[in-house]
Write a protein that binds this ligand. Structure first.
Ligand SMILES: NC(=O)c1ccc[n+]([C@@H]2O[C@H](COP(=O)([O-])OP(=O)(O)OC[C@H]3O[C@@H](n4cnc5c(N)ncnc54)[C@H](OP(=O)(O)O)[C@@H]3O)[C@@H](O)[C@H]2O)c1
Length: 243
């Protein structure tokens, strides 16, 4: 799929990675970029149109479908991280809230937009996943569970939407330098790099995009050194260290 001339919707586009994706799309020559936001603000670029969109609200998604009926690219980027271990006193509530945004959010959006994509030639869906779709970082365990589920959902969507010609891609990254990772120390990838690799991967027809070094290294560790990775996660937890 070409970025030049495409019509895209990006969820969670007012800040962080979503904002960077919208800017990269506009720079890459997208004909129109709908920037989904819970509270839309003006954007000073002729090709970018803010659209009110809360991915936890089915009516809001339905209204976005009416406004964005010309899209051929849907990017599920909106996300929520509540930094909650799995057995914390509030973990059930945290997991429900994260599932609502990170898992049911993309599900609602894709179910609503799949017929539009079919009508517009198939197009593509990108789901922003994470390295923690593959392994558990114990301090964010409920978030990991929502991103694991989102990966399974992405793979299922690819199978079900193949017949209508919709390409489905997952994107994986370690910590990205946005508000979400604001309280983490250590190396973070710039949102621009993640956006660039995401869109380059789409143009290359990839199904899975490793958007930074952390994703490349952890991807290898998950496949070839799962015991070492599990021991590292255990030691982080035992030492009470977040990195
Ligand atoms: N940052 C990282 O380290 C990292 C690493 C790997 C993957 N990711 C993933 O990358 C994506 C973008 O994250 P980010 O780092 O840019 O996070 P962020 O800085 O916290 O921004 C989150 C975005 O999601 C939006 N959002 C939250 N709930 C929403 C809802 N119900 N409906 C619509 N939009 C909603 C926020 O809107 P408001 O401004 O209205 O809250 C905001 O625009 C997420 O899917 C995240 O899981 C992030």
């Amino acid at each position: 799929m070409n970025i030049k001339g495409c019509t895209a919707l990006v969820t969670g586009a007012n800040r962080g990675l979503g904002k960077a994706i919208v800017e990269q799309l506009a720079q890459g020559g997208a004909a129109r970029v709908y920037a989904g936001m819970r509270n839309p603000t003006a954007v000073a670029h002729a090709a970018i149109s803010p659209v009110r969109l809360d991915v936890t609200d089915t009516d809001s998604v339905a209204r976005a479908v009416e406004k964005c009926s010309d899209v051929d690219l849907v990017i599920n980027n909106a996300g929520l991280l509540l930094a909650t271990p799995m057995l914390a006193h509030d973990s059930e509530e945290a997991l429900r809230r994260e599932l609502e945004v990170n898992t049911f959010g993309p599900l609602r959006v894709v179910r609503a937009f799949a017929p539009i994509l079919a009508r517009n030639g198939g197009g593509a869906i990108i789901n922003m996943l994470s390295v923690v779709s593959w392994y558990v970082y114990p301090f964010n365990a409920t978030y990991c569970a929502s991103k694991f589920a989102a990966l399974a959902m992405t793979d299922a969507m690819r199978i079900e939407l193949k017949a209508q010609g919709t390409h489905v891609m997952g994107v994986y990254a370690g910590f990205i330098d946005t508000d979400m990772a604001g309280h983490f120390t250590g190396e973070k990838t710039s949102p621009i790099q993640v956006a660039e690799r995401m869109l380059a991967g789409l143009e290359a027809g990839q199904e899975h995009v490793l958007a930074d070094t952390a994703a490349e290294e952890l991807g290898r560790a998950v496949r070839f050194e799962p015991k070492r990775l599990a021991a590292w996660a255990q030691s982080l937890w035992d030492d009470g260290r977040r990195s």
